[in-house]
Design a protein around this ligand. Structure first.
Ligand SMILES: NC(=O)c1ccc[n+]([C@@H]2O[C@H](COP(=O)([O-])OP(=O)(O)OC[C@H]3O[C@@H](n4cnc5c(N)ncnc54)[C@H](OP(=O)(O)O)[C@@H]3O)[C@@H](O)[C@H]2O)c1
Length: 261
């Protein structure tokens, strides 16, 4: 009997961490479905992936239509691994920024994740897995990015609770928390003004390192929250050692774009 393929769906695969997930998963024999708005990028990615059966879905995850496209796909295909990776930030003072722009962060970073997680878990079977890409910012809120920090805190709590809920079903849920990673993230957040080159190199991980750690943790299926990078894990001591008040004051300085970027 021929074995059916193990399919992974990766959102935000047109660049950065999502693209790397698609590549490493394809290298491991997964059949991947890649999702993002930039179809040309997805097409170019598919052409580089080893193996057969990979496919793309061009969709804007902030729109109802985009989500509908994915919901239809999930109801018609057997997905074994969902990676809710698409996400972004806007580095602008919240009160000066357009409300719609800020709300759109919630749509992509939270609403889409909840919608896809719900559809995926409804069809999931023992052995399947869900990875929600959160951030160390989930635990280290950065005042320069209120909506982003809040959205990632939501994702960490959401993932931890689902991790517990799904244990009895044998479905593994992970909240992945990378720190600063070399991608298009900072360029998008600053509207192209910076690509984060001025940040200390010791703080920056490659997408290769982040995804390797994530996939190693996926094989172990133990932790609800996976923080990548030794320095990032060290930084996670801050919320334990400092009062909330002091933590926010320090992160306001550390995360100040005028200083850091
Ligand atoms: N880089 C970091 O320092 C860092 C640290 C911690 C966590 N993260 C998280 O890692 C995840 C991936 O980010 P990245 O660093 O790889 O950044 P990136 O290179 O900018 O990639 C972001 C991806 O999200 C997709 N995306 C954004 N808005 C979308 C929308 N409305 N609909 C569909 N797709 C959309 C983008 O595709 P299109 O533009 O083609 O739609 C792109 O593929 C995010 O959740 C981010 O919050 C990043």
């Amino acid at each position: 009997m021929t074995q059916s393929p193990v399919r992974a769906l990766v959102t935000g695969a047109s660049s950065g961490i999502g693209r790397e997930f698609a590549q490493q998963l394809a290298n491991q024999g997964y059949v991947v479905t890649v999702v993002a708005r930039r179809e040309d990028r997805l097409r170019e990615l598919l052409a580089t992936l080893p193996g057969a059966g990979h496919t793309l879905l061009a969709a804007d995850l902030s729109s109802s239509q985009g989500l509908e496209t994915l919901l239809e796909y999930i109801s018609s295909e057997r997905i074994h691994l969902l990676i809710n990776n698409a996400g972004y930030s806007v580095l602008e003072p919240f009160y000066q920024s357009e409300l719609g722009k800020q709300q759109n962060i919630l749509d992509v970073n939270c609403r889409a994740v909840v919608t896809l997680a719900h559809a995926f878990l409804g069809q999931a079977e023992r052995g399947d897995a869900l990875i929600n890409v959160a951030s160390i910012v989930s635990y280290l809120p950065t005042p320069a990015q209120p909506m982003y920090s809040a959205s990632k805190a939501f994702l960490a709590a959401f993932s931890e609770c689902l991790w517990s809920e799904q244990q009895s079903r044998g479905v593994y849920v992970m909240g992945l928390c990378p720190g600063v990673t070399r991608t298009e993230f900072i360029s998008t957040a600053t509207g192209g003004e910076s690509d984060g080159d001025t940040l200390p190199a010791a703080f920056i991980q490659t997408t290769d390192a982040v995804v390797k750690e994530a996939l190693a943790a996926l094989r172990k299926r133990r932790k609800a929250i996976v923080v990548t990078g030794r320095l990032n894990r060290l930084m996670m001591l801050m919320p334990r050692l400092l009062s909330r008040h002091r933590l926010i004051k320090i992160l306001a300085v550390m995360g100040d774009p005028e200083r850091a970027l």
